[in-house]
Design a protein around this ligand. Structure first.
Ligand code: 13P
Length: 258
């Protein structure tokens, strides 16, 4: 069981223009301005980072990006560096999302480089791992999680591990924009989280495992957030589709009970 504040993060994926993002934040921040028991993060697309950064200044909402390159600068057409994210006010960065792995061929080796780079720039990674449907059907869930963890966390020290937020996102539970898609049951999610925590304990000891946030992603919505967030090893949520609407995302944030 973790002892840190829960983290509720919005992953907007490739949604919202900068103007739409501003409209969202204007409404959303009023709905959550008295929330103190959860850390709230919005990860808009790169093109809306500046607009969201301006809108959330001085409030209780933090900024995150959805990806980054591992170098600080250089000839990498189309890429965004950790320095640029820091410069715009990002505290968090999502790394290794399954959509980046599946559609853009990112592998554990590359993701590990990004995790190391994020930490060296004092960005807090939200490292996504999760089994796909085939792995689950073949009883290979734990093997998949173990491999991803070991590879993506290579060279990460005991002192660094709790700066990383691990997002357990079973790929089969991700909505892909379908609001009726089924999330993992709270029990299935909890058993994934428990396994991940036990792996961190094996790698870095019990105390590091306790202090590392493991958040759940995959069709989290107002209807199931309370139950998922009440599980002992679920330290927050990474919310896609249901974070696109300010009311629905605020409701999820309010589902956190300490
Ligand atoms: P959904 O909440 O739309 O299932 O997306 C989850 C996700 O991929 C968050 O990173």
């Amino acid at each position: 069981m973790a002892i840190v504040k829960k983290l509720i993060a919005a992953n907007w994926k490739m949604n919202k223009t900068a103007d739409e993002a501003v409209l969202f934040v204007e409404e959303f921040k009023k709905l959550v301005n008295n929330i103190k028991n959860a850390e709230i993060v919005i990860c808009p697309p790169f093109t809306a980072l500046q607009a969201v950064s301006n809108e959330i200044k001085g409030g209780n909402v933090d900024l995150g990006a959805q990806n980054m390159h591992f170098e600080s600068a250089g000839a990498y057409t189309g890429e965004i560096s950790p320095l640029m994210l820091k410069g715009i006010g990002c505290e968090y960065v999502i790394l290794g999302h399954s959509e980046r792995r599946e559609i853009f061929n990112e592998n554990d080796f590359l993701i590990n480089k990004k995790v190391v780079a994020a930490l060296s720039h004092s960005l807090k990674p939200i490292l996504c791992i999760g089994e796909n449907l085939e792995q689950r059907k073949n009883g290979k869930t734990e093997e998949a999680l173990e491999n991803q963890l070991k590879n993506c966390l290579k060279n990460i020290t005991k002192n660094q591990i709790s700066k990383i937020n691990i997002a357990y996102e079973p790929v089969w539970a991700i909505s892909r924009g379908n609001p009726n898609h089924k999330a993992a049951t709270a029990d299935d999610a909890e058993s994934g989280h428990k396994f991940i925590r036990s792996m961190i304990a094996k790698m870095h000891g019990e105390s590091a495992a306790k202090n590392t946030r493991i958040i759940y992603g995959g069709s989290m919505k107002p209807e199931n957030a309370k139950e998922l967030l009440a599980m002992p090893d679920i330290d927050g949520g990474l919310v896609g589709n249901a974070s696109l609407d300010p009311k629905s995302f605020a409701e999820i944030v309010k589902s956190v009970r300490l």
